[in-house]
Design a binder for this molecule. Structure first.
Ligand SMILES: Nc1nc2c(ncn2[C@@H]2O[C@H](COP(=O)(O)OP(=O)(O)OP(=O)(O)O)[C@@H](O)[C@H]2O)c(=O)[nH]1
Ligand SMILES: [Mg+2]
Ligand SMILES: [Zn+2]
Length: 304
């Protein structure tokens, strides 16, 4: 029998597909589909709408087709290739989780994720997590970072799964939407999900004291149904999505607060670094663009 459903979980070579009738089948991907997908590490990802055939045992299935995606988040499959590994498809919004310390905050990591959200025209919400760890002085520093992003229109929430700060606000954001958590390993994605929905009991691990790095506790991506409405994917920690489609020419347009200025630069191919009559440099001078975001822009410009 041929059925259609959504991939809710990927595990090894298997994908768990949920149908409209709320039945879940463990599916593999037809060999032919793998062969036809040379440039992609995996032909399917969680969130994908797929067509599959139920096998004789009535529990397993075989995926034969992926329906067109409305959007996708991917990363290079590994350090050596440009092959794309899709992490999640067909979502309504991204929740980027960051922390000030343990692991330390990095503008570049957040900004690279936001670039991809802009490219995919996805709403991005920023969770500034682990606020319970902060001294008053550190909290001020986190507030300054928060202001940089809220002033350019991103919804920002201070959160802590321990003190429950921000958890109710986060529930409102997620309600009746399909979302995904993303961010570095150890920032607290799985912990936040455990706080949002007590009973889930997702695995979490302490961040290493020695190198301030997370331990990649979450190793597969999975969608969870929220009991207050909606779905959210927990995904393994990443530093960045792939910046496919972003080049030196269009980078300025995916920094959302740059958009108003870039059209006014004297040169239409302005890179906003040394050119005369550059509106971005002018805006930076006047404090209309933050130094931190501009610095990210320059760093990323060198890398694309
Ligand atoms: N103090 C404090 N610790 C937190 C908070 N959120 C998470 N943690 C701790 O940070 C560590 C890492 O949390 P995880 O939820 O495993 O992080 P993750 O983002 O899911 O990490 P990966 O699965 O590796 O990507 C755990 O020891 C958590 O208990 C918080 O708000 N405050
Ligand atoms: Mg996790
Ligand atoms: Zn310019």
């Amino acid at each position: 029998m041929i059925k259609q459903g959504i991939i809710v979980k990927g595990f090894g070579n298997f994908y768990f597909v949920r149908t409209e009738e709320n039945q879940t089948f463990r599916c593999s991907v037809k060999g032919k589909m793998r062969l036809n997908n040379d440039d992609q590490h995996n032909p399917v990802a969680i969130g994908d709408n797929v067509v599959f055939e139920i096998l004789e045992n009535a529990e397993d299935g075989s995926i034969s087709e992926v329906l067109p995606r409305k959007n996708k988040l991917s990363r290079p499959a590994n350090y050596y290739t440009e092959r794309e590994q899709v992490i999640v498809a067909n979502i309504d919004q991204i929740v980027v989780v960051v922390s000030l310390k343990s692991p330390n905050f990095k503008f570049g990591v957040l900004d690279r994720i936001l670039i991809v959200a802009e490219r995919e025209e996805l709403n991005a919400v920023i969770c500034l997590n682990k606020v319970d760890l902060l001294s008053p002085k550190e909290r001020k520093e986190f507030e300054r970072i928060r202001e940089i992003y809220s002033s350019i229109g991103y919804q920002t929430i201070f959160t802590s799964p321990f003190t429950k700060e921000g958890i109710e606000e986060l529930r409102e954001v997620l309600k009746n939407k399909v979302s995904t958590f993303t961010g570095q390993s150890g920032v607290g994605k799985s912990s936040l999900l455990n706080a949002l929905q007590p009973g889930l009991k997702l695995k979490t691990t302490e961040v290493s004291e020695a190198n301030e790095k997370g331990k990649h506790t979450t190793v597969h991506s999975e969608f969870y149904e929220l009991n207050f409405g909606g779905f959210i994917a927990d995904t393994p920690g990443i530093r960045e999505f792939g910046l496919w489609g972003i080049n030196k020419e269009n980078l300025g347009t995916v920094f959302r607060e740059f958009a108003d200025f870039v059209l006014e630069c004297k040169f239409s191919n302005c890179k906003h670094v040394t050119e005369p009559k550059c509106k971005i440099l002018e805006a930076l001078e006047k404090g209309k663009i933050s130094k931190e975001r501009y610095k990210s822009y320059v760093n990323i410009l060198e890398s694309v």
